[in-house]
Design a protein around this ligand. Structure first.
Ligand SMILES: Nc1ncnc2c1ncn2[C@@H]1O[C@H](COP(=O)(O)OP(=O)(O)O)[C@@H](O)[C@H]1O
Ligand SMILES: Cc1ncsc1CCOP(=O)(O)O
Ligand SMILES: [Mg+2]
Length: 267
């Protein structure tokens, strides 16, 4: 039976999961604050010397290719080994994976390792699905609707739950699919919120029985908090602290009431 975002947020706050976040230099501080505000326990641990061992004590691992370099890649593969060895979920964020040959090669190798969830903007998901992408660096430039079919194909070929974010988010495991509305136009004007959301999907995956439910809950938490923070924000700067406050203030019941869900039927 599926677990609602309300049930999962209650569980997350009752027992904050330790999440090993391998993320980029831009996101490290922002994502850690987002995780703490939401109710999770982040640890930005990425070096190859300890990444595999640490994954053995974490509830989930998240891997983000935003500021890519060979030492990061070694740490990513070590952490994934640790997560797989411990039977824990791991989440991939394919930041700007369309941009360079190095990113394309690294991300393909990571997808081959069997992520539990892939969370990216529409341009990144289109690229992973083998389609043309209008992504400009780390910023998405394609509508989510254009990536829905590719997301379903990617989910089927990789075995991952695929979460595509933008104005209206889309989550699919290749069979089931849901759209989630809400959020704020100030969100893409704040760097590293997508990266932070990927970490939060890891937190929900650590407490959920099913990765699809985990991704829906993570995206719903952002959608509801984003809409709440938008009220009274006059620009991206004043939005940022309001968003952290809203992530903490959101109640489990808000996730049932606040997010706009649409049970999209996959073709
Ligand atoms: N125009 C928008 N309106 C409302 N929410 C948005 C909008 N664009 C992005 N978001 C939200 O911002 C968060 C990060 O998504 P996104 O910007 O797609 O990721 P990334 O930062 O990786 O490109 C998600 O919660 C998404 O729903
Ligand atoms: C600006 C930037 N450059 C490399 S990673 C990064 C952060 C991207 O964050 P997000 O994908 O969440 O917008
Ligand atoms: Mg991103």
């Amino acid at each position: 039976m599926s677990q609602s975002p309300e049930t999962l947020l209650t569980g997350l706050r009752a027992t904050p999961p330790l999440v090993q976040c391998i993320t980029n230099y831009v996101a490290m501080n922002i994502a850690a604050n987002v995780m703490l505000a939401a109710g999770a326990s982040p640890a930005m641990v990425s070096d190859v010397e300890e990444a595999e061992e640490f994954a053995g004590i974490a509830g989930a691992v998240t891997v983000n290719i935003g500021t890519l370099s060979p030492p990061f890649v070694a740490g990513m593969h070590a952490a994934i080994r640790g997560a797989r060895g411990a039977g824990r979920p791991w989440v991939l964020d394919p930041v700007a994976c369309q941009a360079t040959a190095y990113r394309r090669a690294v991300v393909q190798a990571l997808v081959a390792e069997g992520p539990t969830i892939i969370r990216g903007n529409a341009s990144e998901i289109l690229s992973l699905a083998g389609e043309a992408s209008r992504g400009q660096g780390v910023d998405g430039r394609d509508p989510v609707a254009a990536a829905e079919e590719g997301a379903r194909r990617l989910a089927r070929s990789s075995g991952a739950v695929v979460a595509v974010t933008g104005e209206v988010d889309y989550v699919t495991d290749g069979e089931r699919a849901v759209r989630i509305g809400g959020g704020s136009p100030f969100m893409p004007m704040n760097t590293a919120l997508g990266c932070s959301l990927t970490c939060l999907c890891g937190a929900y995956a650590a407490v959920a029985e099913d990765a699809f439910d985990a991704a829906v809950a993570g995206l719903a938490h952002f959608a509801v908090a984003g809409a709440k923070a938008d009220e009274g924000a006059s620009g991206p700067g004043s939005f940022a602290p309001r968003f952290l406050d809203a992530l903490a203030a959101v109640t489990p019941a808000d996730l049932s009431r606040g997010a706009i869900y649409d049970a999209a039927v996959p073709a």
